[in-house]
Design a protein. Structure first.
Length: 407
């Protein structure tokens, strides 16, 4: 059990100005924090919602501001917001954490790191575009202004969303995936793969990309694909390079945090009370699931609640929800809860075109993929929100006529 921190400081510095940062400031104010809050942001525009950048790539040309989407206006809640001033370094040698930028140095009693992630783009793919910021979306939308041949590298969440909206707009779309299944879910490959052809998208699985040249994508097996536009959508890496050794990172570049979002300098020791981290750049310790990656919208929104409660002396809140991601892609609503495991058995529940895949190991429900079934989404969320992974009866779980229930 971690030792209590001293009384909360009177000033907080938040590095980052996206969803995790906005939610952090909103939760601090909601919990009664009346001290000074300063925010350093990378982009020069007010905080906006990122999921619409892919889901509504071609039918929206303005951001969805977080002030409207989640009812939290960072510019009004914080005392000092400096947009377009990214952090370049961190020094923890003094009594207070110190963050460096190109324009100065900033210290605070408590530092919250919420710098998010950056898209992966291998050096050999230099001619490909990425999609992470509103500026990226604006450029990609302009490139797709006329009927185009679009190659999307990666059949993950973003790649599949963009492929669907581009095909619906009349573009010729090919999705190239290095793995054996869309979304990295081999157990349900036969259920997911037909979605692409159904909307006119060509899907190439087990097809790693070697290089991307202007107008041409070369695969490892020597095949080539002509393209007017190439989008690399093969995941992201945490934006932690600026930390420059100030804090230990995992091999994937993440920061490890405990259940209260305290950065761990030693995974077996109490968290660093003066340094917290939330959102895409963390892996969170979980009593139920081991280490849980912090990516995706839901975690960036909800994670700061435990941080704010801990800093303000509120209720002892431990943040340990099931990982959750929602997508509308290729004509289907898709929700994934938990972390699928290759060692688990997969049980399919089918009902009137909708279906749910359950990953069950030792009669414990580890994860669920729910397709086109809002009622089942609510049931799965309830099951995976308890203190332990729920037990299910594998013999009954495959019968969609019966409610999904614990044993």
């Amino acid at each position: 059990m971690s030792s209590p921190d001293p009384a909360p400081s009177s000033d907080v510095l938040v590095v980052g100005a996206g969803l995790a940062a906005t939610a952090t400031v909103a939760e601090l104010r909601r919990a009664g924090f009346g001290g000074t809050v300063r925010v350093l942001g990378d982009e020069r525009i007010a905080p906006y919602d990122r999921p619409p950048l892919s889901k509504h790539l071609l039918d929206r040309d303005s951001p969805r501001w977080l002030a409207d989407e989640i009812g939290a206006d960072l510019l009004a809640l914080a005392d000092d917001v400096r947009l377009g001033e990214p952090a370049t370094g961190l020094d923890l040698s003094g009594a207070r954490p110190e963050v460096r930028t190109a324009d100065g140095r900033f210290t605070a009693g408590t530092l919250v790191l919420a710098t998010g992630s950056r898209p992966r783009l291998p050096a050999a793919w230099g001619a490909a575009r990425t999609l992470r910021t509103f500026a990226d979306a604006t450029d990609l939308r302009a490139a797709l202004g006329a009927p185009s041949r679009l190659v999307v590298i990666g059949a993950g969440w973003v790649g599949s969303e963009v492929a669907g909206v581009a095909a619906a707009a009349g573009h010729e779309v090919v999705v190239v995936e290095a793995g054996a299944a869309p979304l990295g879910l081999g157990a349900v490959r036969d259920q997911l793969s037909p979605w692409f052809a159904a909307v006119g998208v060509r899907l190439l699985l087990s097809s790693p990309v070697r290089t991307v040249h202007p107008g041409l994508v070369e695969l490892d097996d020597g095949r080539t694909l002509e393209a007017d536009v190439v989008l690399a959508a093969v995941g992201a890496r945490p934006a932690t390079g600026w930390l420059s050794g100030a804090l230990p990172l995992t091999t994937t570049g993440h920061l490890q945090v405990d259940e209260r979002m305290r950065v761990l300098t030693d995974p077996q020791s109490p968290g660093h009370g003066s340094v917290r981290a939330v959102g895409d750049l963390v892996v969170r310790r979980s009593a139920r699931r081991g280490w849980v990656t912090g990516g995706h919208w839901d975690n960036a929104l909800r994670g700061p609640r435990a941080l704010a409660a801990d800093l303000t002396g509120g209720p002892d809140t431990i943040h340990d929800p099931a990982p959750y991601v929602f997508s509308h892609q290729l004509g289907h609503d898709v929700a994934l809860f938990g972390t699928p495991s290759a060692q688990a058995d997969v049980i399919l529940r089918r009902h009137d075109g909708a279906w749910t895949a359950l990953w069950v190991r030792d009669d414990r429900l580890q994860a669920a993929l729910v397709v086109d079934n809002p009622r089942e989404v609510a049931a799965v969320r309830r099951l995976l929100s308890g203190p332990d992974l729920p037990r299910v009866d594998p013999r009954r779980a495959g019968d969609a006529a019966q409610p999904l229930a614990t044993r």
